[in-house]
Design a protein around this ligand. Structure first.
Ligand SMILES: Nc1ncnc2c1ncn2[C@@H]1O[C@H](COP(=O)(O)OP(=O)(O)OP(=O)(O)O)[C@@H](O)[C@H]1O
Length: 300
């Protein structure tokens, strides 16, 4: 079992932005979802875990070693799939993986070849291995990203917004790949997409303003909110009035009508029906400042 302990982590940038404020988290093997709006501090946290930047206070302990003191220790065991690779060179997938494997310190040619072939098979890219990565579709690029992140058998994998822009089939395939990997290593999945966390992660946290606002398992967090989420179908033109009168968490078009979800301890008025809370309700209730059931593992 791998463990990543994040203790009292704080970071203020030179412009005064408090990007991380007293972050405490413990991660073990499995998929950990990190949700939060733009600017919440997710990338700052991941860069610190990857030892790409130092915190002002606190530390990150990976399998017993303080990575601030020994950054090489985490780098050796880390796979990183950034949001965008930026420019893809016009070289084939197999050549690019070979180059990256050397950079990761896999110097034995036989081991390198075997590992690259097995990763190309695992990510379903073997038949496209000789094509230039720049010609790949979005989904293939993401799978290539996973293949390169898995070089050297990392114990911690960080994936940043991995499914943005993928079609449903590619997203599904990518999900299956991630969940297979996630059983033996720590996978940190940073995303805005609430469903990805609900579908894939056993543990999660929501960040906002550099803090952990909520932490727990998606299932428990949803259960805690049950009994508080009410739905009603309304006429589109009455949406604003409903927003003024009730704690509207979300509104969406449903079969031509507008359906609203409202946070309330009891039926807000006639016509509202209680519904099971989804992770979106948890997230949006939190973001809108409603007192969601905070029983389990909440940091602040
Ligand atoms: N190098 C930096 N110097 C100054 N401020 C920074 C720096 N990097 C990030 N910030 C600021 O720190 C805050 C947290 O940013 P961060 O990128 O960690 O958030 P995020 O949750 O990853 O957002 P996004 O989803 O948009 O990437 C933001 O206000 C951002 O503008």
């Amino acid at each position: 079992m791998n463990t990543l302990e994040i203790n009292h982590l704080s970071k203020t940038y030179s412009n005064g932005v408090k990007a991380l404020q007293q972050i405490n988290l413990t991660l073990e093997n499995g998929m950990f979802g990190l949700l939060g709006p733009n600017g919440a501090g997710k990338s700052s946290l991941m860069r610190t875990i990857a030892a790409l930047q130092l915190p002002d206070k606190g530390n990150v302990i990976f399998n017993g070693t303080d990575i601030g003191e020994q950054p090489q220790f985490i780098r050796k065991h880390l796979g990183y799939l950034p949001q965008e690779f930026g420019v893809y060179p016009k070289v084939s997938a197999v050549e690019l993986l070979n180059h990256m494997a050397i950079l990761k310190g896999i110097f034995n040619q036989k081991i390198r070849k075997e590992q690259i072939e097995s990763l190309l098979v695992q990510t379903n890219l073997y038949q496209h291995r000789k094509k230039s990565v720049s010609s790949y579709s979005g989904g293939m690029k993401q799978r290539f990203g996973i293949a390169q992140a898995l070089l050297g058998n990392p114990k911690v994998i960080i994936v940043d917004e991995p499914t943005a822009g993928l079609d449903p089939e590619e997203r599904n395939r990518f999900h299956n790949l991630l969940s297979e990997i996630g059983e033996q290593v720590i996978v940190v999945l940073s995303t805005h997409i609430v469903e990805d966390v609900r579908d894939l992660c056993t543990k999660m946290a929501v960040m906002g303003g550099g803090k952990i606002l909520l932490e727990g398992s998606p299932k428990e967090l949803m259960t805690n909110l049950n009994g508080h989420i009410w739905k009603k179908e309304i006429k589109k033109e009455t949406l604003e009035a409903h927003q003024k009168s009730f704690n509207v968490i979300s509104s969406r078009l449903f079969a031509g009508n507008t359906q609203i979800h409202v946070y309330a301890d009891r039926q807000p008025e006639e016509g509202f029906e209680l519904v099971d809370a989804g992770l979106e309700e948890v997230y949006f209730s939190l973001m809108r400042g409603f007192p969601i059931g905070r029983k389990e593992g909440v940091a602040c």
